[in-house]
Design a protein around this ligand. Structure first.
Ligand code: HEM
Length: 127
């Protein structure tokens, strides 16, 4: 393994400014996606925006402190009462990829972001 200090993905993508740029686009895509928009109905706007921001910061490797326990608790109701499953998780991942592509993020960085987001799947789906 290489032992050189490497900036985090969050830094390489452009830090908080990049997250802010991505939030609006990601938010529009998620809320327009018939496969998943119902999960956000009745969730207040502030929490929705906070979700998009936290999701993207996490995917960019900027919030390593998130525990699986938090992810489980945040999505438990969605799994138990609304049937959140793999197909919905996949839809969110597609929206993430499409957002970053539209913003001109290079494919290798998109791949890294997708891998980080994917690592939370079992926790988000309460598996
Ligand atoms: C990498 C995967 C994900 C991450 C990192 C993530 C992150 C989070 C976080 C941090 C919260 C708590 C927000 C807060 O209370 O301020 C949350 C809540 C929420 N998440 Fe996710 N999420 C992921 C996947 C998903 C998926 C696949 C869906 C639905 C398709 C979803 C829908 C929601 C909704 C609707 C809430 C609000 C729940 C409520 O207010 O009761 N999330 N998420």
């Amino acid at each position: 393994m290489d032992t050189e200090e490497k900036p985090t993905l969050f830094d390489r993508i452009g830090g908080e400014a990049a997250v802010d740029a991505a939030v609006d686009l990601f938010y529009q895509k998620v809320l327009a996606d018939e496969r998943i928009k119902h999960f956000f109905e009745g969730v207040d706007m502030k929490r929705q925006a906070s979700h998009q921001k936290k999701f993207l910061t996490f995917a960019f490797g900027g919030s390593a402190g998130y525990s699986g326990k938090n992810m489980r608790a945040a999505h438990k109701r969605l799994v138990e009462d609304m049937g959140l499953n793999e197909s919905h998780f996949q839809a969110v991942m597609e929206n993430l990829g499409a957002t970053l592509q539209e913003l001109g993020v290079p494919d290798d960085l998109i791949g890294e972001a997708a891998a980080i987001a994917h690592s939370t799947k079992d926790d988000v789906l309460n598996k």
